[in-house]
Design a protein around this ligand. Structure first.
Ligand SMILES: NC(=[NH2+])NCCC[C@H](N)C(=O)O
Length: 408
């Protein structure tokens, strides 16, 4: 049975991984926004309603929706010994190194018997005021005079399931993330792929969270079964692409023969390649107009020498590059119709970050009405989702979804 199969951005979507935003969003504060990569504090109740509407849109289109929190809870359910290992690793990676606090946190979390509740709690984070700490005379306790303070950070970016790993063919690029705050997110996928009954022993890992260089799923686009596009961005280092390419070409069964590495500006509005363009039909993309000039792209293939790569630099427009590699003339539809103010505004709210369900049918945020109108005029079938709160995390429908299976 196929458990992962993604060889395109547009072939009919069959199964997708989401995370319903939870109480982790309640632990965002103005002081932590920047570190936790948010721009504002979403209203949880409405964010959840919007997210449920997203999931319903997908189900109505015949897509099977699975949730990260359920898969992780099932993983713990199926492997009774794993809970202790998971919690210890989780606490350590959260930066708790004092033995005493490790034990306090372990006992606190381990007391939650229901596995799903436990998983949700790890996502939410732990406040000092929940812990029954007898004040000792230790320096740490004396200095910690606050009453309400997060001792285990929340993971508010989890609802962007696009980023911790990427499905490529029947394999998985399991990422090392750019930021400390997101790196713990990949523990869940690591456990699911290694230990969940449905996945264990069946998934080839093309990259690994232990590797030193960072790469994120928002930068990985499956152009077709042979060509992968990857952004060189704030989130993805060239060194990671180099390692991934060598793994793919020389140490895996992956069918990818060519990687196109797109050099994009290192700034927040461009954080991943999928904030700059997404494919919406066989020959159509939505794009950020700022990327329409000449681009630098590196074509990476196998070299004649084993374990080495052949890299060729290309300088051309996005339109020419995509047309050449997809072997069809492509139409790039600029976000906001090309008007600079509208484009900047709608881009900020992920106007060019759409999720394609099948060629020509895409999920978009309601708030980007200028871009949406243009897309409709171009003949696209838009599935419009509410977006007032979810968009505050700076990610759109593509960021909020990880395809597990697309039809061939
Ligand atoms: N694939 C994406 N574009 N993801 C958007 C992620 C947004 C998230 N707040 C971050 O900064 O990491």
């Amino acid at each position: 049975m196929t458990v992962i199969n993604v060889t395109s951005e547009i072939k009919p979507l069959k199964k997708v991984l989401l995370h319903r935003p939870g109480r982790e969003l309640l632990n965002l504060t103005p002081d932590t926004l920047e570190r936790l990569l948010f721009d504002d504090i979403p209203f949880l109740k409405v964010a959840q309603e919007e997210h449920d509407a997203f999931a319903d849109i997908l189900r109505n289109e015949g897509v099977e929706v699975v949730y990260l929190e359920d898969l992780m809870a099932e993983t713990l359910e199926q492997n009774q010994g794993l809970r202790e290992q998971f919690l210890k690793q989780f606490i350590e990676e959260a930066g708790i190194h004092s033995e005493r606090y490790q034990k306090i946190l372990f006992d606190h979390l381990n007391a939650i018997k229901d596995n799903k509740e436990l998983v949700l709690k790890t996502m939410e984070g732990v406040n000092l005021n929940e812990l029954n700490i007898e004040k000792s005379n230790s320096l740490i306790d004396l200095v910690n005079s606050e009453k309400s303070k997060m001792v285990l950070d929340p993971m508010p970016n989890l609802y962007f399931t696009r980023d911790p790993f990427a499905s490529v063919g029947s394999g998985v690029v399991l990422n090392r993330m750019y930021s400390q705050t997101r790196n713990r997110e990949t523990i869940y996928s690591d456990y699911i792929f290694k230990y969940h009954n449905e996945y264990k022993g069946k998934i080839e890992l093309l990259y690994n969270r232990d590797l030193p260089f960072h790469i994120e799923g928002g930068d990985v686009l499956n152009l077709n079964d042979k060509i992968l596009a990857i952004g060189i961005s704030q989130r993805t280092e060239p060194d990671a692409i180099d390692l991934l390419a060598k793994n793919i070409f020389y140490n895996s069964d992956c069918k990818i023969e060519k990687i196109l590495a797109f050099d994009i500006p290192v700034k927040r509005a461009f954080m991943h390649l999928d904030t700059v363009f997404t494919q919406i039909d066989v020959d159509k993309f939505t794009v950020h107009p700022e990327i329409l000039g000449t681009l630098r792209v590196f074509e990476i293939t196998k070299s004649d020498v084993k374990d080495e790569l052949k890299v060729v630099e290309i300088q051309d427009t996005l339109e020419n590059i995509l047309s050449t590699y997809l072997e069809t003339k492509v139409d790039l539809i600029p976000c906001g119709g090309g008007d600079e103010i509208i484009a900047a505004r709608e881009q900020w709210n992920d106007g060019s970050n759409t999720l394609c369900i099948r060629p020509g049918t895409i999920v978009v945020y309601e708030r980007n009405d200028v871009t949406n109108k243009i897309l409709e005029e171009k003949g696209l079938n838009l599935l419009v989702m509410p977006s007032a709160e979810l968009s505050r995390g700076r990610g759109g429908p593509r960021c909020m979804s990880m395809p597990l299976i697309r039809e061939d």
